[in-house]
Design a binder for this molecule. Sequence first.
Ligand SMILES: [Fe+2]
Length: 266
Amino acid sequence: MQLLSTSIADEFFREGFVLLRDVANADAVLSDFLVEWRSRSDLPFARRVVLDNLARIPHKSCQDAIETDHMSLHFEMGLPLIPTEEVSRVHALICLHIPKGENASDVATRLLQIDGLLMEQKDVESNLVKYCKKNGAGWKDFNSGRLLCAAQLFDAMQENCELGYMREDRIAQWFNKDAKRASQKGAQKEMDFFAKFGINLRAKEKSFVLKPGDLLIIDNLRVAHGRKGRRPAEELVQYLYGARDISKVEIDSVRERTVHFLTDFL
Ligand SMILES: [Fe+2]
């Protein structure tokens, strides 16, 4: 098992994600992977990362998440960029699994690595901080200091941001509703937005139709995920690995690491 998790981790650290097939015991594979991941991760709190949440998704109660046929590229619980509380909860890994023997739909999981996305941009860190202070995910007066969607990385680089109206929306509504709350074709809108910055989303993103036995392990702070199609309720088992005691200084280091991936990645 140890050898297996070493090669899995090699691919994970190279790509920001790894897709394993024919997994009979996801719990065992993941706990083995976690040991290897902790020893190699550059996150200062890696050793405190544990299984924080295990759930069947989409939840039956999340009607909007189930009914939309497009989920824009996002970071689970947001990408933390500025510290807003003494201690924060951060999810480092998101793992998606369909147990063997269960049914699987043809809905696709989409992935986008942030590596090098803002290589051509100037003042990336200060623009992200400024944007996050104004448009960080939250509601009413609460601002979590996080970016929810990958598109916001580009929006933050614009003088006049255009996605601010979505700040308080749930992820399933991003790009699917306009500023007047009218429905729109989210997939096309998201693609058009990225195209403005020279990114051909269709070519750049990776997508997988998960089959029974598949286990997808994603670095939630480096790779955004989304969905194409309407997923049946509770089709996936979702494991979220994180820590709930992340200090302000550690959030600062997450931001610096994010900026490094966005700008210096070769
Ligand atoms: Fe998600």
